[in-house]
Design a protein around this ligand. Structure first.
Ligand code: AMP
Length: 374
């Protein structure tokens, strides 16, 4: 069972770590010989836009999957390896374009906040009149972790934001005064069998995920999220893990975006679920039976961003599970994560407070305090 992964980031590394016990072996395509995946598999050195490199990876494996969603579908088609890809390229391409993604949500009856595709400054001004302020202007493609988007609070800010984001190929979204952000992760086998993880509740800061907690109540929201994600997976004849982020507003779900891959908000499943999202993705792409997605307690996962806290200090927290991706420090870069699993919220509170005190230095104390409240 040889799996090829386009991208050798931390997601690829965790996919390999999840798949090794099952006997799967991993080769990655990446532009960097020292990417996190290199710690646990072989690397084919090359770009995602190089069909010959994709073909070389494909020759070495039985199935291809993704650690990143921004692999150009054209390069995969040119390599002639489309049939090996799980999930398929249609799902991948939809996730790459915020407009196509919104259209899919709407076609499947999944609620979204009002939005407009924007090509010109005049279209932006007209759309602002229709959708009102504040609003969020985003690049249609290649945005992640809050990059490639600007919040527009006053009409006068619109043209500057338009220019900064490249002046076209944009989407304007109404600002959602959400109560909470949540995500639902589903996994689907080629046979059509689907399973869902409990809902995660997510706290972002500057567009970057800081903290995920699961399971998140109430059950009616989780049931509604399962229905939406199930419909998307069926529509795309999806194989693997699919993540969908939602805003909760007025007790209702509004879909924000999809990720056609394992997702940061599901990292808690490594220790907090019977079968992790990574193992289940590998099971799905290898046509193995899917694993139990139930949780084994209450979990909290904190991202370690920009600078790694001291490893001994983290590991001194009772029950903490550390994942250090082996990346060099850079502001805003996800370097690792830590997960705590406890029998109940009360038992989780103390170690979580210790983790958050280490994970986010004093300068971010205000944000940390806000995050702890969730
Ligand atoms: P995204 O890249 O679309 O996931 O956006 C990153 C984060 O920015 C989200 O998780 C939200 O916290 C915030 N955000 C994005 N779009 C909106 C919106 N339309 N209304 C309110 N907040 C938003």
């Amino acid at each position: 069972m040889r799996v090829g992964i386009l991208g050798a980031g931390q997601l690829g590394r965790m996919l390999a770590l999840g798949g090794y016990p099952l006997g799967a072996r991993f080769t990655f395509l990446d532009g960097k010989a020292d990417a996190p995946g290199a710690q646990v598999g072989k690397i084919v050195l090359g770009g995602f836009d190089e069909p010959e490199k994709i073909a070389e990876l494909a020759r070495r494996v039985d199935v291809l999957t993704f650690d990143v969603e921004n692999v150009p579908a054209r390069a995969v088609r040119e390599a002639g390896v489309e049939a090996l890809c799980r999930p398929n390229l249609a799902a991948l391409e939809t996730g790459q374009d915020r407009v196509a993604e919104k259209q899919s949500f709407e076609a499947l009856g999944i609620p979204v906040a009002p939005w407009r595709a924007i090509e010109t400054a005049d279209e932006l001004l007209a759309a602002l009149d229709e959708l009102g302020l504040p609003a969020v202007l985003k690049r249609r493609r290649l945005g992640y972790d809050g990059r490639g988007q600007r919040f527009i609070r006053r009409r006068e800010e619109a043209l500057e934001a338009f220019g900064e984001l490249g002046g076209g190929d944009l989407i304007l979204e109404a600002f959602v005064e959400f109560e909470r952000e949540v995500s639902m992760l589903g996994v689907r086998a080629a046979s059509g069998e689907t399973r869902f993880y409990p809902l995660s509740e997510n706290r972002h800061d500057n567009g970057i995920l800081r903290l995920s907690r699961a399971p998140s109540a109430p059950e009616e929201l989780a049931a509604s999220a399962r229905e939406h994600v199930g419909r998307l997976m069926e529509h795309f004849d999806y194989v693997g893990v699919l993540a969908v982020e939602f805003f909760v507003c007025g007790g209702q779900l509004y879909a924000n975006e999809t990720a056609p891959r394992v997702h940061n908000s599901g990292h808690w499943t490594i220790e907090g679920a019977v079968t992790s999202q990574f193992e289940n993705h590998i099971r799905a792409v290898l046509d193995l039976p899917l694993g139990d997605t139930g949780c084994v307690g209450v979990s909290a996962m904190a991202n370690l961003i920009g600078e790694m806290p001291s490893t001994p200090a983290l590991l001194a927290i009772p029950g903490l599970h550390l994942h250090d991706y082996g990346k060099s420090s850079r502001p805003g870069r996800k370097l690792g994560h830590a997960t705590l699993v406890a029998p109940d919220e009360e038992a989780l509170a103390k170690p979580l407070a210790s983790l958050l005190a280490l994970a986010w230095p004093a300068a971010q104390a205000r944000t940390s305090a806000e995050i702890v409240e969730c």
